[in-house]
Design a protein around this ligand. Structure first.
Ligand code: EPU
Length: 416
């Protein structure tokens, strides 16, 4: 069924919004849960489509998984071996299915992972994930669209990542958590989701040190025990609502935010003229009288997140002046620009850079989401535009934003 969001723009947003648990921490921690013996209970997992797909994959692996009445998620792997294959039909729907590589190798030294297909935002290779698995002793073959990995005698090792890939760092951490000896990941990713995974593994009895820096040391342990664990808040969902306040000229209080996780976003929003105040468990974002231009370069954490690039592009489209946005992580993330232009944005893309000539005259149009964050960018454009915007393929947006229509409506947006 075609999923559509219809937004009538130019209503300033006011009120309070509660930020959900982090999608990208939740997805990897769901995968990591299969390494424990017994029932893992996860709190603060967002109810989003990507989580549903991960639950279906667990089901196909023979791992029981269900939501509890208190909104927590239970994951109960059976004793003994589980089915080691991620099926193509499900794996192609969520890139994070590749995180079962490290989790399955950690659990039972063998994994068959459907190669994640080409994705809308870029090529997204797996070479660094495989380099890590091989360094720790896995034999890896790629045949008929699947990665076959098997480690007869896994052993801790040193792995240098050519790029601080989030997924590769996570897969290596998971495999290393149960691999005898010490593994060292150099040039590791430093995202808060990596730290959350390390905290989760450590709460299960694992030994991970240095997460959040670019050298992570993991000492393998034979057994990880099941625990109850709460996922961190979603910094990208928070950033999206922060921009929603700024772009509509409103004032929004965000609850359940860790301010240090959104510092790069705070810095850029302040440059555009918004005022941001930290509170006990979140932030208040107040739009400035004018929206000023700002230059942005996306980079791995603690640089400005690529997952906030489309949303900032929307804001800069109505700024008073010209901004330059450089995308350094995913090569196709400017593909949404053509849809933005249908709403009157003046953006010129050349290679990895976009020059945005801001102006106030955005108008509603029929547009199409091309990926999750691009879809979020369209929602923000629609909130600022005159008249009605119809966003097709909104299913992309529902992959990562819990109850987005309801949350925006509660803040005064006109969304159907
Ligand atoms: N890369 C390689 N080789 C590899 C792996 C990655 O060259 O083996 C390159 C990629 O091509 C890309 C760069 O490294 O240019 C970054 O990719 P990374 O591996 O860090 O990204 P990921 O793990 O696939 C996660 C998030 C993304 C987020 C990126 C960057 C999850 C499930 N996904 O992806 O989230 O954009 O990190 O921060 O954690 C989203 O939420 O919308 C989203 C796409």
């Amino acid at each position: 069924m075609q999923e559509t969001l219809i937004i009538e723009g130019q209503y300033p947003l006011y009120g309070t919004v509660r930020i959900s648990g982090a999608k990208n921490a939740g997805l990897v921690i769901i995968a990591a849960s299969i390494m424990a013996d017994g029932e893992t209970i996860l709190d603060n997992v967002p109810h989003i489509n990507d989580v549903d797909v991960m639950m279906h994959i667990l089901d196909q692996m023979g791992v029981e998984c269900h939501w509890n009445e208190d909104a927590s998620l239970s994951i109960c792997p059976p004793a003994g071996e589980i089915h080691k294959k991620t099926p193509y039909e499900l794996a192609k729907r969520v890139r994070a299915s590749n995180l079962f590589l490290g989790a399955l190798l950690g659990r039972q030294n063998e994994a068959t992972i459907s190669m994640p297909g080409g994705c809308d935002i870029g090529t997204r290779p797996m070479d660094l994930h495989l380099k890590g698995a091989q360094a720790l002793g896995a034999e890896v073959d790629i045949e008929h669209g699947y990665i076959y990995a098997r480690a007869e005698n896994p052993k801790g090792a040193r792995v240098y990542l050519d790029f601080p890939s989030v997924g590769a760092t996570e897969n290596i951490m998971m495999m290393a958590a149960k691999t005898p000896g010490t593994s060292v990941i150099e040039n590791a990713a430093k995202e808060p989701e990596i730290v959350d995974l390390a905290n989760f593994i450590n709460s299960m009895g694992g030994k991970v040190r240095g997460a959040g820096t670019d050298v992570i040391k993991v000492e393998g342990v034979p057994v990880l025990k099941a625990v109850r664990y709460a996922i961190i808040p979603d910094r990208i969902e928070a950033g999206t609502y922060m921009v929603a306040a700024a772009i509509t000229g409103g004032e929004v209080q965000l609850e359940n935010v860790i301010p240090t996780h959104v510092h790069p976003i705070i810095a850029k929003l302040q440059e555009t003229g918004a005022t941001i105040t930290e509170t006990d468990n979140g932030l208040i974002v107040k739009a400035g009288p004018r929206i000023l231009p700002a230059d942005i370069k996306t980079l791995p954490y603690p640089g400005f997140p690529t997952d906030m690039q489309s949303q900032m592009l929307a804001l800069l489209s109505i700024a008073e002046g010209t901004s330059v946005v450089v995308e350094n992580v995913f090569e196709n993330r400017f593909q949404i620009v053509d849809e933005f232009k249908r709403m009157g944005a003046k953006i010129k893309v050349e290679g990895h850079s976009a020059v945005v000539e801001g102006h106030k005259n955005l108008f509603g149009a029929r547009v199409k989401a091309t990926d999750l964050r691009a879809g979020a960018g369209l929602v923000l454009m629609a909130l600022a535009a005159r008249g009605e915007t119809v966003i097709e393929d909104a299913c992309y947006i529902f992959r990562g934003y819990e109850n987005i229509a309801e949350k925006l409506s509660n803040l005064g947006a006109h969304v159907k």
